[in-house]
Design a protein around this ligand. Structure first.
Ligand code: ZN
Length: 73
């Protein structure tokens, strides 16, 4: 079962055009491409999160060093 990407009406599987609004429905190729794009985005998000965690750890390390310097003064 699928739903129209334009109007949200229920469509039979394999429908190319919505019978309610005439909107073109995503075919297997488009769905495959979208899922590949989603996979790439998810990978990028994971990379970004890893970078953010690294940056946080660096920030915490710097903060700890600053505290050490403060105690020396
Ligand atoms: Zn429609």
């Amino acid at each position: 079962m699928a739903f129209c990407i334009s109007c949200g009406q229920m469509q039979a599987d394999g429908t190319k055009f919505c019978r309610f609004c005439g909107g073109q429905q995503p075919g297997d190729q488009l769905i495959a491409r979208l899922s590949m794009e989603a996979e790439a985005i998810r990978y990028q998000m994971q990379q970004l999160q890893a970078q953010q965690i690294q940056a946080q750890q660096m920030h915490q390390a710097n903060y700890g060093q600053q505290q050490d310097q403060g105690q020396r003064w």
